[in-house]
Design a protein around this ligand. Structure first.
Ligand code: FPP
Length: 277
């Protein structure tokens, strides 16, 4: 539970406060990850060019981040640009997204500071244009001492390539330390992921209704609750984050164990005859 000094509930809108009032503060997720989808459809439904959808999507990034920081959410991770986007989208769209990211970082730094937001990145970011990487480092450094929400942008990110990168690093370590292979644990893999410094997401939100994971945080979402909304990303804002958290709090998380409505537990099932099927 966030300490009350980090909460800025009074800064929520009155509509947000009404949803927040229904939440159990002790049951807030620690880490929310979002697949931001639907920018193109948002534009298409208004007969606008796709880039305007991305521009509106950038506004949602800021709004959602600010609400997250006001409620003391420790970790927010947004899928902003996948490896597949980089390889498969028209060059003009990729280059627009890069310019949008740069301009977003420049123009939102002050708001991130005001909201005590710390900026981090995951993905093969070394393959992004140098001027984008410079801006990314500039914001990461400037926000490094902030203690509120850590906003992680997944950029040039793919879940499978993250696993490849992790296994390569682990293999090098195993070779150097002569570790017996049967000593490798899940924790060893976790240590080499881009996300080693953060807890796994408790809640994964996807906008625009698709029922897909799209190569996002494949290892980390093993036990995440998934919330899919038809709402397109440019129409998603802080109140929708709070609604998703309210739905999350209705879920019973079992991690493979038994739930409340699991039927009578048989103390000694030895005597039960298993009929041939
Ligand atoms: C999906 O919409 C979204 C993306 C490809 C990238 C997400 C980018 C943003 C939210 C804007 C920029 C972000 C930052 C951090 C400045 P889509 O184009 O796949 O939508 P569609 O499926 O409707 O075509």
């Amino acid at each position: 539970m966030p300490s009350s000094s980090t909460l800025r509930i009074h800064e929520l809108t009155s509509e947000e406060r009404a949803v927040y009032a229904t939440l159990k503060p002790e049951g807030l997720p620690q880490h929310v990850a979002i697949i931001m989808d639907g920018n193109g459809r948002w534009a298409g439904r208004r007969s606008l060019k796709r880039f305007l959808g991305h521009q509106r999507g950038a506004r949602s990034v800021q709004l959602v981040t600010e609400t997250a920081s006001r409620i003391g959410l420790p970790w927010l991770t947004l899928y902003a640009f996948s490896l597949e986007n980089n390889l498969r989208r028209p060059r003009a769209e990729v280059s627009f997204l890069m310019r949008l990211l740069k301009s977003y970082l420049e123009s939102n730094l002050q708001r991130m500071m005001d909201n005590n937001v710390r900026m981090r990145y995951i993905g093969r970011t070394h393959d992004l244009p140098a001027e984008v990487q410079d801006k990314m480092s500039w914001v990461e450094d400037a926000t490094a001492r902030n203690t509120g929400t850590t906003l992680t942008l997944a950029l040039n990110y793919g879940g499978r390539s993250e696993l490849v990168d992790a296994f390569r690093k682990l293999a090098a370590e195993v070779r150097q330390k002569h570790t017996p292979l049967d000593h490798i644990t899940e924790q060893d893999i976790h240590r080499h992921l881009y996300t080693a410094h953060m807890p796994d997401p408790d809640l994964l939100i996807r906008t625009s209704g698709e029922l897909r994971i799209s190569n996002f945080l494949l290892w980390q979402i093993a036990y995440a609750e998934i919330f899919v909304t038809e709402r397109l990303w440019p129409d998603f804002s802080g109140i929708h984050l709070l609604e998703a958290i309210a739905a999350f709090q209705q879920r019973e998380r079992r991690y493979g164990g038994l739930g409340e409505d699991c039927g009578e537990v048989e103390e000694d099932p030895e005597h039960i005859h298993i009929a041939a099927s």
